[in-house]
Design a protein around this ligand. Structure first.
Ligand code: ADP
Ligand code: AMP
Length: 216
């Protein structure tokens, strides 16, 4: 199965992806996670990306398309794309790569949530820099405050989860990313709309229900 998860920053894409990959045994290809790993490794790509990421802007399309196509090539069991595509140019780049490989996306999971809910979700987010697990100080607390449940050690707050950068990221989303849903609608893709304002477990239930129905 090949999926795309769309939604604004803070919609819960990473959180739901972790549950989707556990159930359907596919790879989680998160453009944000891959970029953070490139930065941690001090690679050329990581260095090129850092200024854009720190300000809440998008990393240039050509860098992202190459990076994600490479990641997809290694995921023969199927995958869920998280945070990509984020522009219609990226969506076109993805279409070209899929056509070349003779592959198709089965469905697009579209997490719908109002801007008003985003700021508290993102400023309360805590992440594990080692395993990528995502928590929230109020809605998804770790068992021990500030520590990853999987024994990795300290949780961190992402530098781009400050109110100022979150504001920029939301602006970027509305200016450049929201149109991606329209792009897929115009292509007649299977789009599964999900109310992502619900509690985390309710969102998961709705996602699983729609994905399970896909092949019936
Ligand atoms: P994204 O990957 O879309 O940026 P995340 O999955 O990292 O979003 O979620 C952002 C924050 O909001 C995390 O702290 C997460 O625990 C929390 N969160 C995710 N989904 C929900 C939800 N349905 N209700 C409340 N909080 C949520
Ligand atoms: P995320 O982890 O998805 O919130 O992404 C963090 C940051 O990485 C974004 O604010 C962008 O700067 C950058 N980024 C992630 N995915 C993309 C993408 N598909 N296109 C451009 N920039 C991206």
């Amino acid at each position: 199965m090949r999926l795309i998860l769309l939604g604004p920053p803070g919609a819960g894409k990473g959180t739901q992806c972790k549950r989707i990959i556990d159930k359907y045994h596919i790879a989680h290809l998160s453009s944000g996670d891959i970029l953070r790993a490139e930065r941690a490794a001090g690679s050329d790509l990581g260095k090129k990306a850092q200024g854009y990421m720190d300000s809440g802007a998008l990393v240039p399309d050509n860098l992202i398309i190459d990076m994600m196509v490479k990641a997809m090539t290694g995921a023969s069991q199927g995958y869920v794309l998280d945070g990509f595509p984020r522009t219609t140019v990226q969506a076109e780049g993805l279409d070209k790569a899929l056509a070349k490989a003779g592959e198709k996306i089965n469905a697009i999971v579209n997490l719908i949530v109002d801007d008003a809910l985003i700021l508290p979700r993102m400023t309360g987010r805590r992440s594990c820099p080692k395993c990528g697990a995502v928590y929230h100080i109020l809605t998804l607390k770790p068992k021990v405050e500030g520590k990853c449940d999987k024994g990795c050690g300290d949780l961190v707050q992402r530098a781009d989860d400050t109110p100022e950068v979150v504001g920029n990221r939301l602006k970027t989303y509305h200016q450049q990313t929201a149109a991606v849903v329209g792009y897929y609608k115009s292509k007649g893709a299977v789009i599964l709309d999900i109310d992502a304002a619900q509690e985390i477990d309710q969102v998961t239930k709705a996602v699983f229900q729609k994905l399970d129905n896909l092949n019936k």
